[in-house]
Write a protein that binds this ligand. Structure first.
Ligand SMILES: NC(=O)C1=CN([C@@H]2O[C@H](COP(=O)(O)OP(=O)(O)OC[C@H]3O[C@@H](n4cnc5c(N)ncnc54)[C@H](OP(=O)(O)O)[C@@H]3O)[C@@H](O)[C@H]2O)C=CC1
Ligand SMILES: O=C(O)CCC(=O)C(=O)O
Length: 425
């Protein structure tokens, strides 16, 4: 089928702008398919609230640095805004806006009662001491305090943040409130009301989506994983546990390859000890940015946006791409991959396991109750599989790619919520 889309985006633009262009392109494709009017399109194309803050951070040597921080609530029509906080040097308002928009469609697609948000601080956390990071996090939270809250906007981890960051966020908010508010943030440590299963939830969801899309035994399926952080390392582990052969992985420090299969547990231990995959001895080193072009059955991008572009998409050999990262594939690359017969399980479906278990964590916090690891995993599997089946079935029936189908469902649900609420005349 033919879908009208806005004109192509220029190739050489800042990464954040590229991500936002991709998100808008996908929205307009879905809006065209759904027949949304111009007013509703404009509503969905623009965030409800965007906050840019200056975050002063006192360094150990006494110097005062000031970095920029952001929190964007893209949509709140279906419930409180929800989405992670990223600490990365190239984070900017455009990137955070794109990530917030993807959160809106993701939550709607998997049927959890949230809108979409994202936050970010333009900083490289690896350059800060733990004390500097804590000061930075607490000050950032104080700056975005008017926006967040358990019934308004609930942050979570993303690139460069972790359970410790979430604990500082929970504490800073709670100190301001005057009592403990665990439901203000998810991805917390267990001792502060975290949920069993949240740490591995995004990767578990990637595994569920990958096995569903493979549609055959994972034995002998070769895999390359880009990014070996919270999502990538456990995605590699869970795919290996399921019987796949993980032959290549990369992180910012480099990439390693072993055609007979990497020992993922040993590699994870090496990364914990040394700080990156570079130098791992039981594998061959390879060019980091060639990871996505490896001759494998399954490619899992689990790092950053815009890594599969029109420049390298013709050289991507994997027949199945399961997006652990948000926005790894540009619209131009999507077209090339589809023309070459590759299947892409899109980010808003493939990496939804994280926000699903965040939702379960929040529900547990709001009820002061907790579920077992088995209960959490069953609910996660159920929501992931239902969303996957729904997307697959719409794609098959209507001749859409999985991304087009996922966006049609997600955008459609948010549009319905606006119509029913009557927020625009
Ligand atoms: N955490 C979550 O719950 C969720 C995360 N996501 C998405 O998953 C992706 C990864 O997030 P997460 O795992 O949390 O982040 P982390 O910060 O834990 O990990 C990011 C990984 O990407 C690596 N990386 C950075 N640049 C490159 C590069 N050029 N080539 C290869 N690897 C690179 C980093 O390497 P190094 O460590 O050496 O810097 C690190 O291994 C992001 O797109 C995020 O938005 C989606 C849903 C939920
Ligand atoms: O767990 C969450 O609330 C959000 C995770 C996230 O940022 C994402 O899905 O991209």
């Amino acid at each position: 089928m033919t879908i009208m889309v806005p004109s192509k985006t220029p190739a050489l633009i800042p990464p954040g702008r590229q991500a936002l262009d991709s998100a808008l392109h996908q929205l307009h494709q879905a809006a065209g398919y759904l027949g949304l009017d111009d007013g509703l399109r404009a509503m969905l194309a623009t965030p409800r609230r965007s906050l840019t803050v200056s975050v002063p951070v006192r360094r150990e040597n006494g110097r005062l640095d000031v970095v920029q921080g952001f929190r964007v609530q893209h949509n709140i029509s279906r419930g409180p805004a929800k989405g992670g906080i990223r600490f990365h040097p190239s984070t900017d308002l455009d990137e955070v806006t794109a990530l917030a928009m993807w959160m809106t469609w993701k939550c709607a697609l998997v049927g959890i009662p949230y809108g979409g948000a994202k936050g970010g601080v333009a900083v490289d956390p690896a350059t800060l001491t733990t004390r500097e990071l804590e000061r930075l996090t607490r000050r950032y939270v104080n700056e975005i305090l008017p926006l967040i809250g358990p019934e308004k906007d609930i942050p979570a981890p993303d690139v460069g943040t972790d359970e410790q960051t979430m604990a500082w966020i929970m504490d800073t908010y709670s100190v301001n409130a005057g009592y403990s508010v665990p439901g203000v943030v998810t991805g917390k440590p267990m001792t502060l009301g975290g949920s069993l299963g949240r740490a591995g939830a995004t990767s578990r969801g990637v595994q569920i989506a990958a096995l569903a899309a493979l549609g055959r035994s994972p034995e002998g399926v070769t895999v390359a994983v880009q990014g070996f952080g919270k999502v990538g390392a456990l995605a590699a582990q869970y795919l290996a546990d399921a019987g796949c052969t993980v032959v290549a992985v990369s992180d910012a420090t480099g990439a390693v390859h072993a055609s007979s299969g990497l020992d993922v547990a040993a590699l994870r231990a090496w990364v914990t000890e040394s700080g990156g995959v570079h130098g791992y001895r039981d594998a061959d080193a390879m060019e980091r940015d060639e990871l996505v072009e490896q001759d494998v059955d399954l490619l899992v991008p689990a790092a950053l946006e815009n890594v599969i572009t029109e420049a390298n998409a013709p050289r991507v050999r994997a027949r199945l791409i399961v997006e652990g990262a948000n926005g790894p594939t540009t619209p131009e690359a999507d077209e090339i991959l589809a023309a070459n017969g590759a299947t892409v399980v899109p980010d808003i479906l493939a990496n939804a396991g994280g926000v699903i278990v965040s939702y379960l964590e929040w529900v547990q916090n709001m009820q002061a109750y907790s579920w077992s690891a088995q209960e959490v995993e069953l609910k996660l599997r159920d929501l992931m599989q239902s969303a996957y089946d729904e997307v697959r079935s719409l794609a098959t029936d209507r001749g859409l790619t999985l991304r087009q189908a996922a966006h049609a469902i997600g955008v459609g649900r948010v549009a319905d919520a606006h119509r029913m609420r009557g927020l625009y005349p």
